[in-house]
Design a protein around this ligand. Structure first.
Ligand code: GCV
Length: 658
């Protein structure tokens, strides 16, 4: 691997030229206004503008106008021939507006109609699955593919926190405003972050705060018990309630703008209220009660299922679990509880239906959790731009035509993504994986934004310094490698929504039967005749019936189920003809050959950009394409061979299958 200094990602100095060449005036008070002032000062120093122009003489005026109607984070841009004015009702709006101007570059200084921008979602959060200690199996960052933690090192908060400030700046510039600093699997020493080690969290919060990012902490539900203070963690026990209240009081004494707790309870071995015969509403409300008077929020995760199931038992369906556990609890959660639901019913596969939980709790604040870290989508060794997938999820209408979209349904809860960042110089390991972090933030601000346009926007900013030679060739090359990369990844991995088929444990690379006889509930049931999971009401697990009527009906029948989800909902013969006109088995062969060809083509496109992209970035991506291609071929050959051997059906085109 090539090594480089910390990469500026989508904020290279050059991207601030527009602001930095102007006569700028910043008006307003407060920490975030000071941040804007410092940004302007740096840009002007670099590019020769002036950051102390007075109101009358400036050509860029940024000001907080109390009483404005932009809301806490919105802003208005007014562009006349003489001057561009950015106004916001609050400092956070000024900060977001500043980065908006950076994003649109010179266009900020051409005359145009007034524009007001407000985030569609108030909460736009990243969850870091970072451990303080290096975990013996999961390493320091669980499902992390970008080196060690940005926050923690050698068993404690890093001494030099400057990189966290730079990170906060990147996050704010794409709209993110909340962050959890530790893994939802809360191990022994991480449990103490809530109590005697909270000063370490406070130090991190101090670096995030100037960029408007509130700090959250993942907590262990059994903390009162595990820390030895009490002999129970029963949520209805008065002593337990008092313990959490005192813990929260101490937290807020140190970090008054603390965001709240994230909780993984009764999930994959984490403790929870079930141990005491209590419900998840009891559990969540316990913590909500402790946080309420400080304005904090509990993010209670809905990822609750039986991870010790018997593969012989066809009646238990992991996909059903979150709905079965949580839908009956609607209306029972406190106002400051947000139920955090993974976007699909399983676990961040390359293709899943949208979780039926999202539309099933109208009286509960629901947040959707996405996975920017590419656990099942190539682990930041493969290019897989996820914005197109996330857009599809956000545009889905759980009640069918005319009903609200997922993006609208989560307005009261927000959007969360598992972070894909570590201490790697490129932040995300694969330099092109930065696009996932950026586009996530932008979609959380505006879930209706066009995914491909966001990828272009990321490229335009990130490659600003490289867009001098032959900008159109560079732009079209970047579009070619990014836009279709999720579709390509889907083609060479698990087919038609069936999911998994990954190597157990680390989840990288193919293993068709890797999870087939395991306890994890992730099966495909392939035999000599067919493949897929029958989740219909009529003959299967009944999962399809968890959707509102239009979708329940669509998914129930093989004839109306969309091709890309067919094997998620139905067990069909290999000769079943898809809507595309191909049989299932021929579709499998064709997509796997195509997927590899598309990676080969993308690798060539990237190679041809060598003269246009800075050498460190170009080399890193080129090296990773070699691995992506090797792995894609492995997927193709294992999957195709497996299905040829199971079905005995030859490829219609006589291509090489082993
Ligand atoms: C943090 C999946 C991952 C786990 C992760 C879990 C979760 O099962 O493989 O690493 O644990 O999801 O979301 O809690």
């Amino acid at each position: 691997m090539t090594t480089v200094e910390t990469d500026p990602a989508w904020l290279p100095d050059e991207a601030l030229r527009g602001v930095g060449t102007r006569r700028v005036c910043v008006r307003g008070e407060g920490l975030l206004v000071d941040t804007v002032r410092a940004e302007v000062g740096r840009a002007c120093h670099k590019f020769g503008g002036s950051d102390d122009a007075d109101d009358a003489a400036c050509d860029l005026l940024l000001k907080v106008v109390a009483g404005g109607d932009e809301g806490p984070e919105g802003f208005t841009v007014t562009r006349t021939a003489r001057r561009t004015t950015l106004t916001a009702a609050a400092p956070a709006g000024l900060l977001h507006g500043f980065f908006h101007l950076v994003r649109i570059g010179e266009a900020a200084f051409t005359q145009g109609p007034d524009e007001t921008h407000r985030p569609a979602l108030a909460l736009r959060m990243l969850d870091h699955w970072d451990n303080v200690d290096v975990h013996p199996v999961m390493g320091q960052v669980e499902r992390g593919y970008a080196g060690g933690s940005l926050f923690w090192r050698d068993g404690r908060a890093r001494g030099d926190l400057s990189r966290i400030r730079a990170y906060a700046r990147l996050l704010a510039s794409c709209g993110i405003n909340a962050l959890a600093v530790n893994n939802v699997n809360v191990h022994a020493s991480e449990t103490r972050l809530l109590t005697e080690r909270f000063t370490e969290v406070a130090a991190i919060a101090a670096e995030l705060r100037p960029y408007g990012i509130r700090t959250h902490l993942s907590v262990n539900f059994a903390a009162p018990l595990l820390l030895g203070d009490l002999d129970t963690a029963d949520p209805l026990d008065e002593g337990v309630r008092a313990w959490w209240r005192e813990a929260a009081d101490r937290v807020y004494a140190l970090v008054p703008d603390f965001g709240g707790f994230v909780v993984k309870a009764d999930s994959e071995g984490q403790p929870g209220p079930f141990a005491y015969g209590r419900s998840h509403a009891d559990g969540a409300n316990l913590l909500a009660g402790a946080l309420a008077r400080h304005g904090g929020t509990v993010h209670w995760r809905a990822f609750v299922y039986d991870h010790r199931q018997d593969w012989r038992d066809r009646s238990t369906d992991r996909a059903r679990a979150a709905y079965d556990h949580f839908a009956p609890l609607d209306g029972q959660f406190a106002d400051n509880v947000i139920l955090q639901v993974k976007h699909g019913p399983m676990d961040f596969q390359v293709r899943e239906p949208v979780s039926p939980v999202i539309g099933a709790l109208p009286r509960t604040r629901v947040a959707v959790e996405l996975q920017a870290t590419q656990e099942y989508t190539g682990q930041q060794r493969h290019v897989c731009a996820l914005a197109p997938m996330w857009s599809e999820v956000l545009a889905f209408r759980p009640e069918g035509e005319g009903g609200p979209t997922v993006g609208q349904l989560v307005a009261g809860g927000g959007l969360v993504a598992v972070a894909n960042v570590g201490d790697d110089p490129f932040w995300t390991g694969h330099p092109l994986a930065q696009a996932n972090l950026y586009s996530y933030g932008r979609l959380a601000w505006d879930p209706t934004a066009d995914a491909d346009q966001l990828l272009d926007e990321w490229a335009e900013l990130t490659f600003t310094p490289d867009l001098t030679g032959d900008p159109e060739r560079l732009r079209s090359g970047l579009r070619a490698v990014l836009h279709g990369s999720w579709a390509t990844y889907e083609k060479y991995t698990a087919p038609l929504g069936v999911g998994f088929m990954v190597q157990p444990g680390h989840h990288y690379g193919p293993s068709v039967d890797g999870y087939e006889y395991s306890t994890w509930g992730t099966y495909h049931f392939a035999d000599r005749d067919g493949i897929g999971v029958d989740r219909s009401r009529a003959t299967g697990t009944g999962y399809a019936g968890q959707y509102a009527k239009p979708w329940a009906d669509t998914y129930e029948r093989v004839e109306s189920c969309p091709d890309e989800l067919l094997l998620f909902f139905h067990h069909v013969p290999y000769g079943h003809v898809l809507h595309s006109g191909k049989t299932v088995v021929q579709h499998i062969y064709d997509t796997h050959f195509e997927g590899v060809e598309e990676v080969e083509a993308a690798r060539e496109v990237w190679a041809a950009l060598a003269d246009l992209v800075s050498p460190a970035r170009h080399t890193r991506v080129a090296e990773l394409y070699e691995e992506q291609l090797r792995c894609a071929r492995e997927w193709r050959d294992q999957i195709n061979s497996y299905f040829l051997r199971k079905s005995g059906v030859p490829d219609a085109h006589g291509r090489r299958i082993y």
